[in-house]
Write a protein that binds this ligand. Structure first.
Ligand code: ZN
Length: 422
């Protein structure tokens, strides 16, 4: 906890009215640097950061460290661009009253959930719009040390004809026992008509949402589903404003409808529908969707079920991902974190490694989300001119994928927002 106190002391308590003090350049010296997951790494390298941006990267001998720079010895570590988790939710009770919660608490909560594992950017694809926006404002003001947050606000759910627009996801007591903020706080919407869905998308986008999240089928294969026309209309509205549409497909039928309607990101695989055949893969490839695997989500979701049943679903999810990767599809790392309340990503990395190589996994954490979310020129790579979002991993994840969750430093905009305790 010593590291935590240090980080909070340095970065967590700056008064809002105060101009930020001029920062000394920051140098990371030693270790292996992946400038881009698809390129061979630089051994015994160095990175120099000034004014929140990377100014120089290369072999140690080629990077001039100015006098007065803060130097971090990263010998024996691996340096990559800051990680993205493209599927999170700020739904837990600890994020409620985000406008007034103590800054030190919020900083520690971000460390617990994300920054201690190297995450510098997240896409929250369903939560209370108000709470998440307040959370983001406090991070962006510099008051709270946390990740970059993009958010869709509440998801839209399908409604059976004649059903009431109000919905409870689960009985209030059950919901509370899961640790989430009250359902009425989230104000999710339930839609059956295209016009309703488009009006709701417009409202969220006007408020500043970074994307739209649709839950295509709800309550299992026989639950109500969104029509192709409804999805298409929402896609058109979002794309007109340069925003993406995420979907929770539930079933492969839901996936096909969504993909053909032009959605951008699949928030899960569909392992309960059996393997993906060539037709499914062709439709996904043609639509150029990105896939968030959430492989560890299934066992979490089935934690009360028979273990062999959970094994089968997990194996099916890994198989679907393997086929998508073989087809050359884009993968974005994401774990449904915040719904799944086990924050340690180690199991996810182990499962991903059954379907992907280390460079592919690293791309899903860095370049792939930066490219898909329109940040190709500023995030996802370790290169001069890029924002200084860096993850310093202890050891070599190319040899042992579990090293990806052992983090020495998490750096955002050139600020150390997490430092491992020594
Ligand atoms: Zn989710």
């Amino acid at each position: 906890m010593l590291g935590l106190a240090l980080v909070v002391g340095l970065f967590g308590t700056r008064a809002l009215s105060q101009a930020p003090p001029p920062r000394a350049p920051l140098a990371l010296v030693g270790g292996t640097i992946y400038t881009n997951p698809l390129l061979p790494p630089i051994r015994d390298g160095a990175v120099l950061v000034e004014g929140g941006r990377i100014v120089s990267v290369g072999p140690r001998s080629s990077v001039r460290i100015p006098r007065g720079a803060t130097v971090l010895d990263t010998t024996g570590s691996t340096i990559t661009a800051g990680f993205w988790n493209s599927h999170v939710h700020f739904l837990e009770r600890m994020w409620a009253n985000a406008a007034t919660a103590p800054a030190a608490d919020l900083t520690r909560q971000f460390q617990l959930m994300l920054t201690q594992y190297g995450f510098t950017s997240v896409f929250d694809i369903w939560s209370s719009w108000d709470h998440t926006r307040q959370l983001r404002d406090r991070v962006e003001s510099g008051e709270v040390a946390g990740p970059r947050i993009r958010a869709t606000g509440p998801a839209m759910f399908p409604k059976a004809a004649g059903a009431s627009p109000e919905m409870e996801l689960s009985p209030t007591a059950v919901w509370a026992s899961l640790g989430f903020m009250p359902q009425e706080t989230i104000r999710l919407s339930r839609v059956s008509e295209t016009a309703e869905a488009v009006a709701n998308a417009k409202r969220l986008l006007d408020l500043g949402a970074d994307g739209i999240k649709l839950y295509v089928t709800f309550g299992g294969a026989n639950g109500p589903s969104m029509s192709a026309g409804l999805i298409q209309a929402v896609v058109q509205e979002a794309h007109g404003r340069g925003k993406l549409v995420f979907v929770h497909p539930t079933t492969t039928a839901g996936l096909m409808t969504a993909v053909r309607a032009g959605v951008d990101v699949l928030a899960h695989t569909t392992p309960q529908s059996g393997p993906w055949n060539d037709e499914v893969l062709a439709a996904m490839s043609q639509a150029r969707v990105a896939l968030i695997p959430t492989l560890s989500f299934w066992r979490y979701q089935m934690r009360h079920d028979r273990i062999s049943a959970a094994d089968a679903v997990e194996e099916s999810a890994v198989g679907q991902l393997r086929r998508w990767v073989a087809a050359g599809g884009t993968v974005l790392y994401g774990t449904d974190l915040g719904w799944v309340t086990i924050y340690d990503p180690t199991v996810e990395y182990e499962l991903l490694a059954q379907a992907m190589t280390f460079p592919q996994i690293l791309a899903s954490l860095t370049t792939a989300p930066a490219d898909r979310f329109g940040e190709t020129a500023s995030l996802g790579r370790v290169a001069p001119g890029y924002l200084a979002d860096l993850t310093v991993i202890r050891g070599d994840p190319a040899r042992d994928i579990r090293a990806l969750s052992r983090i020495d430093y998490t750096i955002r905009d050139g600020n150390v927002i997490y430092r491992a305790p020594r």
